[in-house]
Design a binder for this molecule. Structure first.
Ligand SMILES: C[S@@+](CC[C@H](N)C(=O)[O-])C[C@H]1O[C@@H](n2cnc3c(N)ncnc32)[C@H](O)[C@@H]1O
Length: 195
């Protein structure tokens, strides 16, 4: 079970720091072996971060946060952020990233999909979903998003054009009032579903 979405990855821990400019600001991230995108910022995550809609005061959920790039960047521009993941190593690295980037308005929680935010609502759910976990997981993320969104709230996600985009877009069309393509590039699409 050496994949990046294990609860406790079995590969020895190694860490690498990455430094990036995103949305005009400089960020430093600790990345770790056994956590998605070790030693780099994923291209899909970057496209999502550069194009995601963020508003002052918003409450945001970063679902499947990994080492926390989306949540850390979002926290600069919104009111508060909850970051969740099933991988405990990811959460421990995400906590370090909140600290080294001086983030005070975000928290991390462990758990499967929406379990850590049961009964809670957000202005936006933002995710680079765990495609390798299978279609059922993608489906759960999309179809359960509206019940965790305020009216007019956004599910914003990135997906590989050739690995799930058609499937996700069709699902979103069926569960949201409107779906917009926010960006495309490097083999990825960024979609926003409006609840
Ligand atoms: C494609 S990675 C994206 C990580 C991070 N958001 C980024 O963009 O670098 C998907 C993340 O979802 C997490 N994940 C997988 N299955 C999950 C589940 N059932 N519930 C919550 N998180 C899950 C994985 O551990 C992984 O960190």
């Amino acid at each position: 079970m050496g994949h990046y979405y294990s609860e406790n990855p079995d590969v020895p821990i190694r860490e690498k720091i990455v430094e990036v400019y995103l949305r005009g600001c400089r960020f430093k991230f600790v990345t770790a072996s056994g956590v998605f995108s070790f030693g780099k910022l994923d291209r899909g995550t970057e496209l999502l971060i550069e194009n995601m809609v963020l508003k002052n005061g918003w409450r945001v959920l970063d679902l499947g946060c990994g080492y926390g790039a989306i949540g850390v960047v979002a926290s600069r521009f919104v009111g508060s952020v909850v970051m969740t993941d099933v991988n405990r190593r990811a959460l421990s690295v995400a906590r370090k990233n909140l600290k080294i980037n001086g983030v005070k308005n975000a928290e991390v929680r462990w758990g499967n999909l929406y379990e850590p935010v049961k009964g809670e609502k957000f202005d936006s759910i933002i995710t680079n979903p765990p495609v390798h976990a299978g279609k059922d997981v993608l489906r759960e993320i999309v179809i359960n998003a509206p019940r965790h969104l305020n009216d007019g709230g956004l599910l914003q996600l990135v997906i590989k054009t050739k690995q799930g985009a058609k499937y996700i877009k069709a699902l979103m069309d069926g569960h949201f009032n409107e779906v917009r393509e926010l960006a495309r590039g490097s083999g990825y699409r960024v979609y926003a579903g409006i609840a």
